[in-house]
Design a binder for this molecule. Structure first.
Ligand SMILES: [Ca+2]
Length: 120
């Protein structure tokens, strides 16, 4: 499933670069890098597990495109310009908040919890 999602994202990204398509939306790449632990110093998941990151951009959730057991994850969005980006670690019960930042294309932004958000 993860590979299938990545292929879909890759296709979406490739098609965004094809200027021959008249109405192809321009996509921004949003890359997140989470710190090694939660703000309280504990591991993101049980038994020292890595987080399962996803973002919420301007109230649009990318939960369906989350990465599994990874400190980094890339997302592709049709949002442009300034974006308010929340970062979350998907869990079975309650998702862990991993910071929020206002960011825009061409910038690397750091949340108050040490998560970096890079928009390209
Ligand atoms: Ca967790």
């Amino acid at each position: 499933m993860k590979i299938f999602t990545q292929i879909l994202l890759a296709l979406a990204f490739v098609s965004s670069g094809a200027s021959a398509l008249p109405d192809a939306p321009e996509l921004c790449k949003v890359r997140v890098v989470l710190p090694r632990t939660k703000p309280n110093g504990k591991a993101w998941d049980a038994m020292g597990g890595k987080p399962d990151p996803y973002v919420v951009i301007n109230d649009q959730s990318f939960h369906a495109f989350r990465c599994e057991d990874s400190f980094t994850c890339n997302f592709f969005t049709t949002h442009t310009g300034r974006m308010f980006i929340e970062v979350w670690d998907a869990d079975i019960n309650q998702d862990d908040f991993a910071g929020a930042a206002e960011c825009r294309p061409g910038y690397k932004c750091v949340t108050d919890t040490g998560t970096t958000v890079t928009v390209q």
